[in-house]
Design a binder for this molecule. Structure first.
Ligand code: 5AD
Length: 488
């Protein structure tokens, strides 16, 4: 497949659209003009992008959970509970794994089994199976705006039904919903599938309906150095903007060192703006999302609240526009509604308490953000060069060459040579930067940071540090020291 970072032609888009809508019976209920009218009748207070823009202008950090169950009436009750008892500002609809893999027949069985057993037999809400009208029932039953959150390499039909169903924000991207989630989907294919999603949203935009788009920031959620995830977020923002998307929320997953986390959001926001402007997208709105720790959690609920609260603090001190909230059940699996609301309330306490403090201008943050920006600049420059100015072509070449390389990704389209590890104060550095296009200064910086830790721990810099770091937070620490139980 020949892929280019160009707006899909109407010819190509509508031909593809016909096939997509015929793929599953609920597709035939999608009717564009009707959906535009439905979307236009949604009050401003329930539009995701509006609420984000308002928070952005007031320097506030909104809170948003993840949540989804199989049956729609239960799903509505769950979301109502999270906005009432959890004080959620923004709501999700987390989609189940079968739907993410386009396995709608199995999702249907899941719905039926859930009915029989009286509990959710799916790990999310199967949007495609329920179809447009039921999705409208869900999105209209709530006070807060609702976003679709998933992890779907081919989300074309899901996007069609979601937007027709009244959702006003949509997560994902051709890189971020492929490489961390899938072993064998080619990037060419998933970038093309997500061009379809973005073009559809572009077409709604042109009809006067603005849908917020959010590339999935944390990627594998495991020690991803900020410059890598930030670069991917910017590429996905550019790819979306080319298709006509006008409202983008770029994201980042907490690493755990406060200075680095604030610096990452600072660099992400500044460089997304810079790159969108550079390519003529000055009218695209940019906001940010900070994800509370995406790696392994402690089993203990009180300890989990510690992790949750630290993420909340980093998000608000970085002035992220919203924070995605974890729950004290994270180590166990899908949370109860009570646990979900508890994570939200802990987060709300912190985001409200700290709303008048900012760490964005403190010198250590500024210095760290300069490093992140230098790394992002190097990666993005190389992607552009490899694609001769085309970011779709460049991204595919960059993954092949390991110029973008996401740690711990299952995809065979990812080089998997880069190795991250924490430095002595817990910031995520490169133990091995492999083929990332970094100059000698940057490489030396990371090397020295790790040597400093090695001296402190009285051991050599090695892969063992990476393993120790992956498990550290679950055991109660940030840096995985030798004899982690004592963590001397
Ligand atoms: N409800 C609540 N949280 C969910 N997650 C995944 N599916 C659901 C769901 N249906 C959460 C996981 C993890 C993150 C990736 O998404 O618990 O925190």
């Amino acid at each position: 497949m020949e892929i280019k970072n160009q707006k899909l032609t109407d010819d190509r888009f509508y031909k593809e659209r016909k096939e997509i809508l015929e793929h599953w019976p609920t597709g035939k209920d999608v009717e564009f003009q009707n959906s535009v009218e439905y979307q236009k009748a949604i009050p401003q207070s329930r539009r995701f992008g509006e609420k984000l823009a308002q928070a952005d202008s007031q320097n506030l950090t909104l809170i948003q959970p993840r949540a989804g169950v199989a049956l729609y009436d239960e799903h509505i009750k769950l979301l109502q509970y999270l906005e009432n008892e959890g004080e959620a500002d923004l709501l999700p609809t987390t989609v189940d794994s079968y739907t993410r893999l386009n396995r709608y027949t199995e999702a249907q069985t899941g719905i039926e089994r859930s009915r029989e057993s009286g509990r959710s037999m799916l790990n999310g809400f199967p949007i495609v199976n329920w179809g447009v009208d039921i999705c409208r029932k869900v999105t209209s039953a709530l006070t807060a705006p609702v976003q679709v959150r998933h992890g779907t390499p081919d989300a074309r039909l899901l996007t069609e039904i979601s937007i027709a169903g009244g959702f006003t924000s949509y997560e994902g991207g051709g890189i971020s919903y492929n490489i961390p989630y899938s072993k064998s989907h080619s990037l060419e294919k998933t970038i093309a599938h997500w061009q379809y999603t973005d073009r559809l949203i572009g077409i709604y935009q042109e009809a006067g309906v603005s849908i917020n788009r959010e590339p999935f920031g944390p990627l594998t959620g495991t020690l991803v150095p900020p410059s890598i995830s930030n670069s991917v977020a910017i590429i996905e923002a550019l790819l979306a903007a080319v298709q006509g998307v006008k409202d983008i929320t770029v994201g980042y997953g907490q690493c755990g060192n406060l200075i680095q986390d604030v610096a990452a959001i600072k660099a992400l926001k500044a460089m997304t703006r810079q790159y969108l402007d550079k390519f003529g997208f000055k009218d695209v709105k940019v906001t940010t999302v900070f994800h509370q720790w995406m790696g392994g959690f402690p089993q203990d609920e009180s300890k989990s609240f510690g992790v949750i609260s630290w993420g909340a603090a980093a998000a608000v001190l970085a002035k992220a526009t919203k924070v995605i909230v974890k729950t004290p059940h994270e180590a166990m699996g899908v949370p109860t509604k009570e646990a979900n609301a508890a994570g939200l309330r802990a987060t709300k306490q912190i985001t409200s308490m700290l709303k008048d403090q900012s760490f964005l201008e403190i010198p250590a943050v500024v210095a760290e953000s300069e490093i992140i920006k230098a790394e992002m600049g190097a990666i993005l420059e190389k992607v552009e060069e490899l694609g001769r100015g085309d970011y779709a072509v460049g991204t595919i070449a960059a993954f092949e060459a390991g110029v973008i390389d996401i740690p711990f990704a299952p995809s065979r389209y990812n080089a998997g040579k880069v190795m991250p590890a924490r430095d002595n104060s817990g910031a995520v550095r490169f133990l091995e930067s492999a083929n990332l296009p970094f100059g000698e200064d940057l490489k030396k910086f990371h090397q020295e940071k790790l040597e400093e830790r090695a001296r402190y721990e009285n051991r050599a810099v090695s892969f063992q540090m990476v393993i120790d770091d992956v498990y550290a937070i679950g055991k109660g620490f940030l840096v995985g020291r030798p004899n982690t139980n004592k963590n001397q």
